[in-house]
Design a protein around this ligand. Structure first.
Ligand SMILES: [Zn+2]
Length: 342
């Protein structure tokens, strides 16, 4: 005797329920992987809820398709289900954690790839130190394009992160979201369009990595003078107004290699994996003394919090600080030599 609507459906629509039963376990496997350790106990799902979420999960993680067993094709052949009118079921509050988890995944991809952008800067510095021939100029232009492409990809990953976070918020506030896939795709598309409309300065001049990249090249080519504001290096375009420039006046070598706490050159730099701000190790470690396990980032304007374990030694940055010191020293020595000659 049928106990729930689920088993009632099962007796009437055998084909449909067998699809759903196949979906069930494969869904839980996918969810367990996606949610990892933060998977919370959730109320028993209704079958069509599972279908909806699986669709969303499949969109983001195409490699899990092998679990699918071609269920979609079966749907199309089954005349007993009115596929056209099988409405997507709204996301529930229980889905908030999952949405937030996927959103965080995008952020993690972004943060994990980003430190490797340094390689582009290293190659550029090696090139710039090699001379000023047309080969060098061409190479630098190519590397500049790679750097910009990386920033564009990062912006796209952030679009995914933000749209999923917004979706999670809406669901958390109790809003009925029964068009999750459309909202997700549409939201990402909209953000991509907005990004595409930005000027070159708006896209790149605020990127810490881009400024560091330009800085490294500048230092190699002009060891004796600090880099001008980044806006001097990116031509003004329609849509750039002077207000934007004010934010970007920071440029300049010394600021980039200074610890926000000691205000002197970084010593044994460590970088927060949360916000990518860097500090002299001793100075930031003292900030933790006698306080919460987490502290607010001391970098100006940063609102993130991090713990000791979020800090990682940054050998790459250390190398650059040392190269900068070396160049400064050399420039000073050359100045002294000139003075003696005079
Ligand atoms: Zn920070």
């Amino acid at each position: 005797m049928p106990v729930t609507t689920f088993s009632h459906r099962k007796s009437n629509k055998r084909q449909a329920s067998s699809d759903i039963e196949e979906d069930g376990p494969s869904y839980s496997r996918a969810a367990a992987q996606a949610d990892d350790d933060e998977h919370e106990p959730q109320p028993r799902r209704q079958t069509n809820g599972v279908k909806k979420e699986k669709k969303l999960a499949r969109k983001q993680e195409p490699t899990r398709d092998e679990d699918d067993d071609g269920a979609e094709d079966d749907d199309d052949d089954d005349e007993r289900i009115d596929v056209d009118n099988f409405r997507d079921q709204p996301l529930r509050r229980a889905d908030v954690n999952k949405l937030q988890g996927v959103s965080r995944d995008w952020n993690n991809f972004d943060l994990q790839v980003r430190p490797n952008w340094n390689v582009v800067g290293d190659v550029a510095v090696a090139l710039a130190e090699a001379g000023e021939g047309s080969d060098v100029q061409e190479g630098l232009a190519e590397l500049e394009q790679i750097m910009r492409d990386l920033i564009d990809i990062s912006a796209e990953m952030q679009a995914h992160e933000k749209v999923l976070e917004e979706l999670a918020q809406k669901v958390g506030q109790g809003e009925e979201v029964d068009d999750a896939v459309e909202r997700y795709d549409g939201g990402v598309e909209k953000r991509k369009e907005e990004y595409a409309k930005k000027t070159t300065r708006q896209k790149y001049a605020k990127s810490e990595e881009y400024v560091a990249f330009k800085n490294a090249i500048w230092e190699a080519q002009h060891p004796d003078k600090p880099m001008p504001p980044i806006t001097d290096l990116i031509e003004k375009e329609d849509g750039d107004d002077s207000d934007d420039d004010d934010d970007l006046e920071m440029g300049g070598v010394s600021q980039h290699y200074n610890c926000p706490i000691t205000l002197t050159l970084l010593v044994n730099p460590v970088t927060s994996q949360v916000c990518k701000h860097s500090f002299s190790r001793d100075a930031i470690m003292q900030s933790f003394r006698g306080r919460d396990p987490s502290i607010k980032c001391p970098a100006a304007g940063c609102t993130k919090r991090f713990t000791r374990s979020d800090l990682q030694p940054n050998k790459e940055l250390e190398k650059r600080v040392k190269a900068y010191e070396r160049r400064q020293r050399r420039a000073a020595e050359e100045n002294d030599a000139e003075e003696i000659v005079d």
